[in-house]
Write a protein that binds this ligand. Structure first.
Ligand SMILES: Nc1ncnc2c1ncn2[C@@H]1O[C@H](COP(=O)(O)OP(=O)(O)O)[C@@H](O)[C@H]1O
Ligand SMILES: [Mg+2]
Length: 296
C-alpha cells in the first residue's frame, strides 16, 4: 500500500508531514507529490501519469491537500485532468476531484446544500452592478466575498449601496463575478466542525477579534473547544459532507437567529486551529480512514 500527499509547496507543509507521519506509524509508505510535477503522458506504453521524469505514479490513494497556486484556466484544467486520469485508473482520490471543485466554488456548494434543506445565507452571484446594488438595498447588511477565496481575505461587509456599486464595478472590470450574501447576525463567533467519514471528530468556536465580524483563525480569531456538540450540529455537518460527496471536511457554521446556518464547507481544510483547540490530530483519523477504505 502506498499513499501520495499532493500539494504544490516546494517543501511539505505541516499538515502534509502530519499525514505522512500518520501513515508511517501504521506501516504504510507515503510520498509527497507536487501537483505541478505530475504529468499526463500517452505513448506506445499506454496512458499514464508520471512524476517528474520518473516512470508512473504507483500510489493506491492520493490525498489532495491543495491544487497549488493557479493563475490560468489552462492550469486548472491540466491539474484537474491529471487527477481525474488517476481517479479513472482506480486511484482513490481524497477528496474526489469533482467534489473538491464543487466545494471550492462557493455558490455551487451552497446551492447543493440548499437543495437538500440545509440552511444557508441568502446568496447571489451577479455580473450586473445594478443587481448587486438592488440586492444590497433589499437585504440591508451584505457580505461580498471572493468566489474562490479563503481565510476571510478579501471579504467585506457593508450596508451602503454606493460601496457595493464601487466594489462590484471594480471586481467586474477584472472579470470577477460578485458573490454576495445577506449578513447573518450572529454572536462574535462561529463554529468549525471537523468531519472524517461518518464521524464528527470535534468542533470549536472561533471567536472573532474585537470589532471584527470575520471568525477566521487567519483574521485573528481564537479557537475554543466545544465540549458538548449538540445533535443538530452533528446531523447538519454529516449531511453537508455527505451531500457534497466528501470524505473529510471542515464546515463553517453560524448561529443565526433562526438556528444554524452553513457558511461554507472546506474540502482541504487547515487543521492547526482545530488541533490546538481540541488536541485531536485529524491526520491520524484521515490515515486510519484511508487505510480502511483501501483494505475494502
Ligand atoms: N453571510 C454572512 N453572514 C455573517 N457572517 C459571515 C457571512 N459570510 C461569512 N461570514 C463570516 O466570515 C467567515 C468567513 O467566511 P467564509 O464564507 O467561511 O469564507 P472564507 O473562505 O474566507 O473562510 C465565516 O466563518 C463567518 O464567520
Ligand atoms: Mg471559511
Amino acid at each position: 500500500m502506498r499513499v501520495g500527499i499532493v500539494h504544490d509547496s516546494p517543501v511539505p507543509t505541516l499538515s502534509s508531514r502530519q499525514l505522512m507521519l500518520a501513515f508511517m506509524k501504521r506501516g504504510v509508505e507515503s510520498v509527497y507529490l507536487r501537483i505541478s510535477r505530475l504529468s499526463m503522458v500517452i505513448d506506445e506504453g499506454g496512458a499514464k501519469v508520471i512524476y517528474g521524469s520518473e516512470e508512473g505514479v504507483s500510489t493506491d490513494s492520493l490525498i489532495i491537500r491543495s491544487l497549488g497556486f493557479i493563475a490560468t484556466l489552462e492550469q486548472i484544467f491540466r491539474r484537474v485532468d491529471t487527477l481525474k486520469h488517476l481517479e479513472l485508473s482506480g486511484t482513490l482520490i481524497i477528496n474526489p476531484i469533482d467534489s473538491m471543485l464543487r466545494a471550492r466554488d462557493k455558490y455551487a456548494s451552497i446551492i447543493t446544500l440548499n437543495a437538500v434543506g440545509i440552511k444557508v445565507p441568502a446568496t447571489a452571484v451577479v455580473e450586473d452592478v445594478f443587481t448587486a446594488v438592488e440586492l444590497c438595498r433589499r437585504w440591508g447588511d451584505v457580505v461580498i466575498k471572493p468566489m474562490m477565496g479563503s481565510m476571510g481575505y478579501g471579504s467585506i461587509k457593508t450596508s451602503d449601496p454606493d460601496i457595493v456599486f464601487t466594489v462590484a464595478k471594480t471586481w467586474l472590470t477584472h472579470g470577477q463575478p460578485i458573490y454576495m450574501q445577506k449578513y447573518v447576525p450572529k454572536p462574535d463567533r462561529d463554529i468549525r466542525v471537523f468531519v472524517v467519514g461518518d464521524e464528527v471528530l470535534g468542533a470549536y468556536y472561533r471567536y472573532a477579534p474585537k470589532g471584527c465580524w470575520k471568525t477566521n483563525i487567519a483574521q485573528g480569531a481564537k479557537a475554543v473547544k466545544i465540549e458538548k456538540i449538540d445533535d443538530e450540529l452533528v446531523e447538519m455537518s454529516l449531511k453537508a459532507v455527505k451531500t457534497l460527496k466528501l470524505h473529510y471536511a471542515g464546515i463553517d457554521i453560524g448561529e443565526g437567529e433562526d438556528g444554524y446556518v452553513v457558511f461554507e464547507v472546506n474540502a482541504a481544510p487547515q487543521w492547526s486551529g482545530f488541533m490546538s483547540a481540541t488536541g485531536i490530530n485529524p491526520a491520524e483519523k484521515i490515515a486510519e480512514y484511508v487505510i480502511k477504505l483501501l483494505k475494502g
